[in-house]
Write a protein that binds this ligand. Structure first.
Ligand SMILES: C[S@@+](CC[C@H](N)C(=O)[O-])C[C@H]1O[C@@H](n2cnc3c(N)ncnc32)[C@H](O)[C@@H]1O
Length: 795
């Protein structure tokens, strides 16, 4: 098949396009390093020839002009010498030597410049020709028609244009030369320097390609610029005023924020190495005082808070803390693992134009949001409860608590429920979570969040945490995220900088100490899974953290255990004159400047024994003392801080003397509207029906009476409908520390303020204490509440 291959037949070697032999490469004479460009006049066009003649004439003219200049200078020099010899011999000798040198240098310079194409000749004629010379070199380049034959004519045209502009250029240069002699001299100097350098490497330069020459020129220019910049910097440094404490102490001196900032830097630098940098006549305290004043001025803090912060941080770290407290922390969200996985949520949000990343290796549910094209509090994912907006540091206490499935957990200060929802998610909606807060208004937020995130294992209570131990105890774990001064979240609430006083902080730690003791008392040391308490605050002040924990260590049988958090700085074992238990190192501190999250404190305690030590006699309450202090502050009105929910509540309670009947309510009916005073009478009537409480059977489950004093808070419609039914079911509720109990689990189901009322969710809790009372009335289940709400809206 096919033709036979004939290997003898050789392929044709025709003059194919590719096979065509190329001629030997031609290089321009300039590139080859020949000094003078030889121009073949025969090859040039008529106009090119004309230009060539013109150029050569100009060249000759220049040469003769330079030769004349040298001759002239030599002549002048000779004349000078002769004149001087005539005047005085001695002075003449010395002077002539110098001048001889000068004139020799001049001559050399002229000769050098001639060599270089007359660049440096400074006579007006020569100067005017400088540009022509440059053109000449350029045109010489262009003359190499072998290299760029097409551009030749163009270049020639442009040259002729420049010839036409020549007189005006000259004029301009003259004007410039007159107006700015100095700059010219500088330029001249630098050019000379350049030319010297260049002339040194003349032979080397000749061998270089134009591009190499250009780059060398650029390098030189850059070096020159750098040198200038360096000189300028040195000048600026020299100009700076030296720090003087006397000036800083001068109160009358007008303050400029920039000066203050500079002074802060200076004083910090001095304090960092005090013995080396100090003024020997001044004490450390004086420097510290100046620094404090400046920091207060610059960052707008009050004296008290700044002084406290100065005790917490070393000076250099303090400035970092203050700086980072001026900047908002990145927005973070927590995935609700009850509804979705972080990966899926991230994908869904990315599709909506959210730019995010995992919050860090330490969390499996946190996401940091860098930017978003949609409001994160209104995305479908948010509304469906797939995530909650929560600061990164707020995830830490719950991680330290590490709740287990089927446990009984108490969140003593829960509103608005961020940490509570996290606990419930970790517990996978099993066991029972008691979420408590003293503030009725904030309870609404807990309930709202629980509904949105699908939490169904919780009981929401509204009780003063200090008294919680009286109602219910025996918890496996308790979280006490205590109310605090908020010194760790200044970037969120800058009012803290000026509003917090010593009295506020004292009031905070007094409350915190009472709450921590109550929280420990709510724990069961016999709990199989632990009996752990996590105490946390969003404050960085040791008075509200280590001191409170230290107090608890002294007052109860508890010990500090590791938080399980693998980052964060160690808690303080000493602060000011105070010394804390060495195990305080196990607590963790978080700062905005080191961890890029809000300032936070986390401590984990384990209850060793339920017995209360006998030494619990010390009076922890210095509230009276505080009140006296406040009274002493004449003219100053008692201020209620927006952040101090507890105290705000106390204020309100003080204003309106509490109804003894109302005292018996421990859970808010979150969807009910408060009743007016008329209804109170009815309640009083119904109170008559209340029978004395029978002793609670230890096996009895916690539940609520059908009707309780929350009725006061319910709508008129709801009340009239419920009245009959309630009267039947009301259980006795008497005494300030008691809550009525309903013996059956069914009733408990109705009455406990439980989210979603899932049959799976535990609806009752065994009573450990005789005093423990039922939580809330029957109106608290979300279903009933929503129907009531509708009815109320219709009315
Ligand atoms: C720092 S916030 C709690 C934040 C909450 N853990 C969260 O993650 O959303 C402190 C809460 O403690 C509440 N609180 C203040 N005093 C209280 C008290 N004596 N008993 C119970 N709760 C109290 C306040 O109403 C406030 O909601």
């Amino acid at each position: 098949m096919g033709r036979k291959v004939n290997f003898a037949e050789k392929p044709k070697k025709g003059p194919g396009k590719k096979a065509k032999k190329q001629p030997a490469p031609k290089f321009s004479k300039k590139l080859l390093g020949t000094e003078e460009t030889v121009v073949d006049l025969k090859k040039l066009s008529h106009r090119q020839k004309q230009r060539f003649v013109k150029r050569s004439a100009r060249k000759e003219k220049l040469l003769t002009a330079n030769a004349n200049a040298i001759a002239k200078k030599k002549l002048q020099h000779k004349q000078k010498i002769e004149n001087k010899y005539e005047s005085s011999e001695e002075s003449e000798e010395a002077g002539s030597d110098d001048e001889q040198m000068e004139s020799d240098e001049d001559i050399k310079q002229v000769e050098k410049s001639m060599k270089k194409g007359f660049k440096q000749v400074k006579t007006p004629v020569e100067e005017s020709d400088e540009s022509d010379d440059e053109n000449q070199f350029e045109s010489n380049d262009e003359d190499d028609s072998d290299v760029m034959p097409d551009n030749f004519d163009q270049a020639g045209d442009s040259e002729s244009d420049s010839d036409e502009q020549e007189p005006s250029n000259k004029r301009k240069r003259d004007i410039l030369a007159d107006s700015d002699d100095e700059s010219e001299q500088e330029q001249q100097g630098s050019d000379e320097q350049e030319s010297d350098e260049e002339s040194g490497d003349d032979s080397e330069n000749d061998r270089k390609l134009p591009i190499e020459k250009a780059s060398k020129k650029l390098k030189l220019q850059k070096e020159k610029d750098d040198k200038l910049a360096e000189d300028e910097l040195q000048l600026n440094i020299a100009d700076k005023e030296k720090f003087s404490l006397d000036e800083a102490l001068d109160v009358d001196k007008a303050l400029n924020l920039q000066d203050v900032q500079q002074r802060i830097k200076d004083v910090v630098a001095i304090l960092m190495d005090f013995s080396a940098n100090r003024d020997p006549t001044r004490s450390r305290a004086e420097y510290v005082d100046v620094l404090k004043k400046d920091l207060c001025t610059y960052y707008s803090y009050n004296d008290f808070l700044m002084m406290t912060l100065m005790d917490v941080f070393p000076v250099n770290e303090l400035v970092e803390f203050l700086e980072s407290s001026e900047v908002q922390r990145p927005l973070t969200i927590r995935t609700n693992s009850l509804k979705t996985r972080r990966r899926d949520l991230a994908q869904a949000l990315i599709n909506r134009g959210v730019n995010l990343d995992p919050v860090g290796k330490w969390s499996k549910v946190g996401l940091t949001i860098y930017s978003s094209q949609v409001p994160l509090g209104a995305t479908p994912e948010y509304l469906a409860g797939h995530y909650i907006i929560q600061g990164a540091s707020s995830m830490l206490p719950v991680m330290a608590l590490a709740p287990q499935e089927n446990e009984r957990v108490l969140d003593m200060c829960a509103a608005p429920g961020g940490k509570s929802t996290h606990i419930a998610a970790i517990m996978k909606n099993t066991g029972v979570l008691f979420s408590n807060d003293v503030n009725k208004d904030r309870i609404h937020a807990i309930v709202g969040n629980f509904h949105r995130l699908g939490i169904i294992n919780s009981v929401v209570t509204c009780v003063n945490g200090i008294e919680y131990k009286k109602f219910i105890g025996g918890f496996d774990r308790v979280l006490l995220d205590a109310p605090c001064s908020g010194s760790g979240v200044i970037s969120k609430d800058p009012s803290v900088k000026t509003s917090k006083t010593q009295v506020d902080v004292q009031r905070c730690y007094n409350l915190q100490r009472k709450l921590i003791i109550s929280a420990i008392d709510c724990l069961s040391a016999k709990s199989k899974s632990g009996g752990y308490l996590v105490y946390s605050t969003c404050s960085i002040l040791p008075e509200e953290n280590e001191w409170v924990v230290d107090y608890a260590l002294k007052k109860r049988n508890v010990r500090l255990v590791p938080t399980g958090l693998d980052f964060g700085t160690e808690g303080f074992t000493s602060y000011r004159e105070k010394r804390y238990h060495p195990s305080m190192k196990l607590t963790k501190r978080y700062y905005p400047h080191t961890h890029n999250m809000d300032g936070f404190f986390v401590a984990k305690l384990q209850k060793i024994s339920d017995t209360i030590p006998e030494n619990d006699t010390e009076d922890i309450d210095d509230e009276e003392q505080l009140e006296n202090e406040e009274e002493n502050q004449e003219g100053k009105k008692k201020r209620v801080d927006k952040r101090d929910w507890f105290h705000k509540d106390l204020e309100e309670m003080k204003k309106k003397p509490e109804d003894p009947v109302k005292k018996q309510n421990y859970v808010t009916n979150v969807f009910e509207k408060p009743l007016k005073t008329e209804k109170t009478k009815k309640t009083k009537k119904s109170k008559k029906n209340i029978q004395p409480q029978t002793e609670t059977d230890p096996k009895t489950l916690v539940s609520t009476p059908k009707k309780d004093n929350n009725e006061k808070n319910s709508t008129p419609a709801a009340n009239s409908n419920k009245k009959k039914q309630n009267q039947k079911n009301i259980q006795q509720e008497n005494g300030s520390d008691t809550i009525a109990s309903v013996p059956s689990a069914k009733k408990a189901k109705k009455n406990i303020h439980q989210q979603n009322g899932s049959p799976k969710a535990p609806v009752s809790t065994p009573i450990k204490d005789k005093n423990v009372k039922v939580v809330n009335g029957k109106n608290s289940s979300p279903a009933t509440n929503s129907s009531k709400k509708k009815k109320f809206q219709k009315k």
